[in-house]
Design a protein around this ligand. Structure first.
Ligand SMILES: NC(=O)c1ccc[n+]([C@@H]2O[C@H](COP(=O)([O-])OP(=O)(O)OC[C@H]3O[C@@H](n4cnc5c(N)ncnc54)[C@H](O)[C@@H]3O)[C@@H](O)[C@H]2O)c1
Ligand SMILES: [Zn+2]
Length: 356
């Protein structure tokens, strides 16, 4: 079992536990944070049949009054309608300011529950129990919560840090290879940003049997960045490596391409552009592309630079005239670059090997 602590500059601090058997012990853990109260567990209909009962029992045993709310699986549950129904469910269960929400699922459940917890009664506490690798290495840590609007992904949300994160790596056993690859994309991203040893696990190691090490390394890097810049005014933007193109790919594919797969394509695009522009050495760029492929991730886009840049500039991260893009320099170091919106298509074109 690994225990890491994330402390934000304004003194908020929470534990992130990674190991086995946490579904069974989460009740005790949560009881150590707050006196037993009402707990609303939010999950989706894939995860609930597998793990909900364990979490319900653990919380009941620790003295909590337990309520549950199960939504449909998938990105479509990050919607205003599902969000509204969840808030009504909190009210129906008479949750008060001192009660707690529990997100049991992947990034979709974490983002949705965190946002609802942040809004309900102007903010109640919530804990994250990530059950996907993507959520364990990235989404469950750092306090970004959001739902999607018809105009784009994550357009309504807030920063609301969890009170704790419990990652039971046993839950990862029921993920499909596709879902594991989604998480691998964010972990490889983290390796490129600042942890060459994490990258090496995916380049030459045995990631399927190294989950605890992967998660704790990714959490350590993300915690360091979030501690420095919780609200993404500066260095936290680095975590968006590959994401400018990725969000456009997700939208253009109508979410048929999942977040992690889109991040892999986005990372490949900026990597090739960095090589073409002489920012990254050719052999390092090749290592990144090969490592994505080794982990069953795509590196090519079915969309053109024009299509991607048009959608990407509608993204919320695009300030009026400029956009900050993250460019890899070496495996373990990336730079932030502010470029005019009009230059984005050229960057993507370089990454896609297109002539413009
Ligand atoms: N808040 C953040 O900082 C942050 C960071 C990265 C991604 N995200 C968001 O996270 C979302 C993607 O997260 P995700 O990839 O976890 O998607 P997800 O929550 O949709 O989970 C993927 C699929 O796996 C199923 N599932 C989850 N756990 C399972 C388990 N243990 N066994 C079997 N099936 C399981 C789910 O039902 C779903 O069908 C996106 O909406 C993305 O925007 C947020
Ligand atoms: Zn991401």
């Amino acid at each position: 079992m690994k225990k890491q602590i994330l402390t934000t500059p304004d003194g908020e601090s929470y534990p992130i536990l990674t190991g086995t058997g946490l579904l069974e012990t989460c009740g005790q853990e949560i009881a150590a944070l707050t006196a037993p109260c009402r707990a609303m567990i939010v999950s989706d209909s894939n995860v609930a049949p597998l793990y909900l009962e364990k979490v319900v029992n653990s919380l009941k045993l620790a003295g909590f009054e337990v309520h549950t709310h199960v939504v449909s699986p998938g990105e479509n549950s990050k919607s205003i309608a599902v969000f509204g129904a969840l808030l009504e469910s909190f009210a129906e269960a008479h949750l008060t300011r001192t009660d707690i929400a529990v997100a049991l699922g992947g990034g979709v459940i974490g983002d949705l529950t965190g946002f609802a917890a942040g809004c309900y009664l102007r903010g109640i506490r919530f804990v994250q129990i990530p059950t996907t690798l993507l959520s364990a290495v990235d989404a469950s840590v750092g306090g970004k919560t959001a739902i999607n609007l018809q105009h784009g992904k994550n357009l309504a949300g807030m920063f609301h840090q969890p009170a704790a994160v419990y990652c039971d790596i046993n839950t990862l056993k029921s993920l499909t290879p596709h879902e594991l690859a989604d998480g691998a994309a964010e972990a490889i991203k983290t390796g490129i940003l600042g942890d060459p040893e994490l990258f090496a696990i995916y380049e030459t190691g045995d990631p399927e049997n190294d989950a605890e090490e992967i998660i704790s390394r990714a959490v350590a890097y993300k915690s360091k960045i979030v501690t420095e810049d919780p609200q993404e005014h500066g260095v936290r933007k680095l975590l968006n490596l590959g994401h400018t193109a990725a969000h456009a790919i997700e939208l253009l594919s109508n979410f048929a391409i999942s977040h992690g797969h889109a991040v892999a394509i986005g990372t490949a695009i900026v990597t090739r552009a960095a090589v073409k522009r002489g920012i990254m050495k050719n052999d390092e760029g090749t290592r990144i592309i090969n490592t994505l492929k080794r982990n069953h991730l795509p590196t090519d886009s079915a969309f053109t630079a024009k299509e991607l840049s048009k959608i990407a500039t509608l993204d919320k991260k695009a300030a009026a005239k400029d956009i900050t893009v993250i460019i890899p320099e070496t495996i373990g170091r990336c730079r932030m670059e502010k470029i005019p919106i009009s230059a984005l298509e050229g960057l993507f074109a370089d990454g896609l090997g297109e002539q413009v």
